[in-house]
Design a protein around this ligand. Structure first.
Ligand code: ZN
Length: 457
């Protein structure tokens, strides 16, 4: 039992806590500290293992178990959603046990996206941490490969070059306040900077995502549906690879894709993998998933909020309503008489609720007949029985919105997000956050932007 272990700080890397422990306990060599805590000579900074041994030594009454540290203080949560449930479980077991090896390879971190060479820090976070906690510490999101700026402060991350490189596997690196450059540096190209900030914020979103919420097949199924929805797949299911590659490049530009090591499609071909079942067999780096989700939906949040019909396996709650739909379809085809008058009113009432729910989503989803019908899992019934459902259709026709209407709502939402994050909005930021292409702005959209900027000035 350890007499003392430092209290985990918000978003602190476990390796940073270990370094603080090492420092304050006046321990000898770092091997000895690792041996004491994890029952092995070294652990990696991002995916430590031997956590069960470690947590068994914490003072009784401390509410910490191995999962707590894995999900809150390592980089695992950004990688886990891209595995299937069995592999996820295996990785968790590996992190808990002492004998684990090659976790980096298992995580898919040895691919063509380079890991960081040094631990990194944000000068503004470090300064704030010194003020609030008396010492700076290493944050998780700043160590995610390809996160180059602080999601919160937008300034470039600095390398902490004292002592050893990460590759030396010496995780006992305590951040010392007197060893930091606390002057923040910013990227002058505002488009590039906003893109990097989007990546950093998305990484943070994943780090905080409920651990068991999504898995690989859920994400790939959603990609497939979205590609269909966005007309990037033929009705045969074949994917429009060339169109996607062209649009994807246009969406991000060469500079960002180069810096994310994700531009050379001919060699890596990861876009083809991510859009087809090939992706299920390969490990695709989370940064590339972030790029692809944002390309499809404007942000990773919007990707997860995008309402699509899901397989029953992913969402048990829906099984019930899917069954209703199946029953309804059967009955509409059978000789049994369906009271369509009642059915019409029933569906209309459900849609009214769905309409309110869709409007309340934090990130706007375009209100269409399809999105509403899908929201209540009654797409087939509604779409195939137009003549039998006059009241339903009267309601639908009244509430559906144009793409422009939805963009107007997205601008409002984007403005709220920026203000909430303390970012003064400008035209570029509003459009990027809203996921609107600046090339085709209608008068209404321009007016809306002007209005938002005037109000926030
Ligand atoms: Zn920061």
């Amino acid at each position: 039992m350890l007499a003392y272990f430092p209290k985990p700080l918000p978003e602190e890397m476990l390796s940073s806590m270990v370094a603080r422990y090492h420092y304050y306990s006046g321990g000898g060599g770092s091997y000895a500290t690792c041996e004491e805590l994890f029952c092995k000579k070294t652990i990696t900074y991002d995916f430590p293992s031997g956590l069960d041994h470690f947590t068994s030594q914490l003072c009784a009454g401390e509410p910490y178990n191995s999962e707590f540290f894995i999900f809150n203080h390592t980089l695992a949560p950004i990688f886990l959603p891209f595995f299937d449930d069995t592999n996820k479980e295996e990785i968790l077991v590996e992190m808990k046990t002492v004998s684990s090896k090659n976790l980096h390879t298992k995580m898919g971190m040895m691919g063509d996206i380079k890991n960081k060479t040094y631990m990194e820090y944000c000068p503004v976070c470090a300064k704030e941490n010194i003020e609030s906690y008396g010492e700076p510490f290493f944050h998780r999101v700043h160590q995610v490969p390809k996160v180059l700026i602080c999601p919160e402060h937008g300034c470039l991350l600095n390398e902490y070059q004292e002592i050893h490189k990460i590759n030396d596997k010496n995780i006992i690196i305590k951040m010392r306040g007197d060893n930091l450059n606390l002057v923040p540096q910013y990227i002058s190209d505002s488009t590039f900077s906003a893109q990097l900030q989007m990546i950093a914020k998305s990484a943070l979103f994943f780090l905080k995502l409920a651990p068991s919420k999504f898995n690989k097949s859920f994400i790939f199924e959603k990609y497939r549906k979205l590609l269909e929805e966005k007309d990037l797949a033929y009705s045969s299911g074949l994917i429009k690879q060339e169109v996607i590659a062209k649009e994807f490049y246009k969406f991000y530009g060469e500079r960002l894709l180069e810096s994310m090591e994700s531009s050379n499609m001919a060699r890596q071909n990861w876009l083809e993998y991510i859009t087809t079942t090939k992706g299920l067999k390969h490990k695709i780096h989370p940064i590339r998933h972030i790029l692809f989700m944002t390309f499809l939906c404007g942000s990773v949040q919007a990707f997860f909020n995008f309402p699509i019909e899901q397989n029953d396996t992913f969402c048990p709650k829906q099984t019930y309503s899917v069954n209703i739909e199946v029953k309804l379809l059967k009955s509409s085809n059978s000789r049994l008489k369906v009271n369509w008058g009642e059915r019409d009113i029933e569906i209309r009432e459900k849609l009214k609720h769905a309409y309110v729910e869709l409007l309340q989503l934090e990130w706007p989803v375009r209100i269409t007949k399809l999105s509403l019908a899908k929201h209540i899992d009654m797409r087939a019934v509604i779409m195939k029985n137009k003549k039998r459902l006059p009241k339903t259709y009267e309601f639908l026709n009244k509430v559906v919105e144009s793409s422009e209407d939805c963009q107007l709502r997205k601008l409002d939402a984007a403005n709220n997000i920026l203000l909430k994050e303390g970012e003064p909005p400008n035209v570029g930021k509003l459009l990027r956050t809203a996921g609107i292409n600046s090339g085709h702005l209608s008068i209404k959209l321009k007016d809306k932007i002007n209005l938002l900027l005037q109000n926030s000035a």
